[in-house]
Design a protein around this ligand. Sequence first.
Ligand SMILES: Nc1ncnc2c1ncn2[C@@H]1O[C@H](COP(=O)(O)OP(=O)(O)OP(=O)(O)O)[C@@H](O)[C@H]1O
Ligand SMILES: [Mg+2]
Length: 316
Amino acid sequence: MKVVTVTLNPAIDLTVRADHLQLGLVNAGHDLQMHAAGKGVNVASILADAGLQVTATGLLGDENPEAFERLFARKGIQDQFVRIPGGTRLGLKIVDETRNQTTDINLPGIQVSEKDLLKIQHRILDLAEEHDLFVLAGSLPPGIPEDFYFHLTLELKKLGKKVVLDTSNSPLMEGIKALPDGVKPNLHELSVLTGKDLHNAQDALEAVQHWRGFETLVVSMGEQGALFLSAGQAVQAIPPRVNVKSTVGAGDAMVAGLVTALSRGLDLESTARLATSFSAGSIQQVGANLPDPATLQQLQANVELLTLNPQVEGHL
Ligand SMILES: Nc1ncnc2c1ncn2[C@@H]1O[C@H](COP(=O)(O)OP(=O)(O)OP(=O)(O)O)[C@@H](O)[C@H]1O
Ligand SMILES: [Mg+2]
């Protein structure tokens, strides 16, 4: 299965690590790392590690594409990004290793012109000729309408393509109306979407169990793990204990795991194990990478699965 990841609002992440971060004071940082990022780029990077053929598209500022080009070359990812005038935004991540906390500061993306909007729409549909599954991930930059994922999902599904959506706020609210095959909100995104205060797997299950028309729904809940739903079946996957370096991109790794599982036609339990092992493996390092296959297998074996009973009968 050939996969395309779509990232309309990529970022160059600057990650600084410091112990006992104190806001408003002078802190000593350990080191600074720079990564090409953005949700779809992270997903592509992990899919490449998993051995899938992956093409990355989206919009990239023509002033600073080097970090992305290096990543794509290193991982064998086909670069189909549309270059647009300007510089790709920076995202700041401050990792406090003592408290295991990451603080994010995201800057808005480049204003997209009408002409570039048309270009990216054409590029994605051209890629549909030779690819099977599309991952639509992350926020939309200014100039892209909030129903962009909705219309794109409808068109791709009409062409017989599979679509996995991972976004938030109105692009998520609109996008899910087109019934993508896979969706992975986190608990917070699902709370915003449903207007309910959701705290755990039971809350999440009650919120989504009546949803229909999706192949797999995943609600991720940080260290509480994730809820996986498909065809009237629900499992909660509790991650193994790992040494956390950076939780940035934990969700992107889970999306990559979900896509890998879809490409292999795995059942729900194996999907939950695989996707959770991808997240657990990726948070042990800074950046979006998988550990070696042996470590990954070990992690998979140590995922705990709890079967939950949806109260509402029938298929998703
Ligand atoms: N601190 C943690 N310890 C163990 N596993 C974690 C931790 N944080 C995240 N995970 C794993 O990663 C998965 C996805 O994490 P999370 O729910 O935070 O995604 P997210 O909010 O979409 O993240 P992002 O969008 O920043 O990539 C979780 O379901 C869990 O399996
Ligand atoms: Mg996420």
